[in-house]
Design a binder for this molecule. Structure first.
Ligand code: F6P
Length: 411
């Protein structure tokens, strides 16, 4: 222990978190911080993502501070600041960032983020030679991690990002809870879930009983919409209430404009050019009511899946991936990001199941075809098997009553 402490004594690691928060970021920070301390590093936190490296810098010392990793969000705060020129901000901020890394004597930068934050980190590593280690994070679960899921002997390239397990748990609980109000009113509930470009998180509603799902990967063209309404009608006749999970980024055929459209919460875009989605569930629910004459409501899960305490799977995942960070730090091996190489249940979330991917391969990974049945608008058994590693079996309570009907003629 003493030997390794001396090894990196006098060196500094700085951690930042960028993009949308998740319930697992504080856990990631705590675990990375603890591993870096073991090696003798001083550990800094950069506040508000890349923003904390602009101007005078906004850097805090985490070295001997208490840190509650179970609490959701990020105590370092986050932003969607882009170091590189963008439509929204044409300024190249890289010189400021490089200058601050020098000024604060930061030797290694660890970036907790999705495609945007880690994509920028990769460019800083490649362009400026900054020693960077990426760390995955997103509730959308669409940052490529090359995690292999073996299902019925077939290897599927899946994704496993810290934050997704807790968010998936929340979405599944929300769907499950909505069931009772839905059953009471014999309604269709359209449950909207975050996910601009990928439906990984939307699929978790299946674990709370959602019967149907729409995801951004498969556009709802005019023809597919027709088929969808038929499926909804059939299913409703059978069950008398339905939950339909939809991703916020679903591309939905708009009758008025005769085009595929997306529903935005505002006209703003961030510095990475992303719009803010929200409201497609309302559009779908009202079209269902109008077309089928069935009572339908919409419910946006919004920020709820992103909020609150971090679940046990995420705690283990972040601690295991942090073990891999320790390994990278020890070997001074930069430009990499730790990942799980296999989709495994909680008991096997261990360092022997991790590997790294080159930050050069940073990118998005939408749902694989194996996970979604485009004809029936449902997630497949392969997806259920994938997510059962995290959530166990789907739990689907229903009204259990079979009351005998009273016939006044028999009285
Ligand atoms: O980080 C990704 C995400 O969770 C998306 O699913 C969502 O569209 C976005 O964040 C919303 O983030 P915010 O409103 O915080 O910018």
């Amino acid at each position: 222990m003493q030997h390794t402490e001396k090894l990196f004594k006098g060196k500094t690691v700085a951690i930042l978190s960028g993009g949308g928060d998740t319930p697992a970021i504080n856990s990631s920070i705590e675990n990375i911080r603890n591993r870096a301390l073991i090696l003798g590093f001083k550990v800094y936190g950069i506040r508000q993502g890349w923003k904390g490296l602009l101007g005078e810098g906004d850097i805090v010392d985490l070295t001997n501070q208490p840190y509650n990793g179970a609490y959701g969000g990020t105590a370092l705060c986050s932003s969607r600041t882009n170091p590189f020129p963008s439509e929204k901000n044409p300024e190249d901020r890289v010189p400021q960032i490089v200058a601050n890394l020098k000024r604060y004597k930061i030797d290694v930068l660890i970036t907790i983020g999705g495609d945007d934050t880690n994509g920028a980190a990769k460019r800083l590593y490649e362009r400026e030679g900054i020693p960077v280690i990426g760390f995955p994070k997103t509730i959308d679960n669409d940052l490529r991690t090359r995690t292999i899921h073996t299902y019925q002997g077939k290897e599927i390239e899946a994704v496993l990002c810290p934050g997704y397990p807790t968010a998936a748990l929340r979405v599944s609980e929300m769907a499950r809870h909505l069931r009772s109000t839905n059953e009471s009113h014999q309604r269709i509930m359209v449950l909207e879930v975050m996910g601009r470009d990928a439906g990984w998180l939307t699929g978790s509603a299946v674990f709370g009983g959602a019967e149907l799902a729409l995801v951004p990967e498969y556009e709802m063209t005019a023809e597919r919409k027709e088929r969808f309404f038929n499926v909804v009608k059939e299913k409703y006749q059978e069950k008398k209430n339905l939950i339909i999970a939809v991703s916020e980024g679903v591309r939905w055929w708009d009758e008025a404009s005769q085009k595929l459209s997306m529903v935005y919460a505002s006209s703003e875009t961030d510095e990475y050019g992303h719009p803010r989605f929200g409201g497609v569930s309302g559009v779908i629910a009202s079209e269902i009511s109008n077309r089928l004459g069935i009572s339908a409501r919409s419910q946006i899960s919004g920020y709820y899946p992103r909020s609150g305490y971090c679940c046990d799977y995420d705690k283990l995942l972040t601690s295991t991936l942090a073990d891999k960070v320790l390994d990278l730090l020890l070997r001074e091996d930069y430009g990499k990001m730790p990942v799980m190489n296999k989709m495994v249940p909680k008991e096997q979330v261990e360092e022997y199941n991790t590997s790294t991917i080159d930050m050069g391969c940073i990118g998005n990974r939408p749902l694989q075809d194996e996970y979604y049945d485009t004809d029936n608008f449902v997630f497949t058994d392969a997806y259920v098997n994938f997510l059962s590693n995290i959530l166990g079996k789907p739990y689907l309570p229903e009204f259990g009553y079979k009351f005998a009907k009273v016939n006044p003629d028999m009285l």
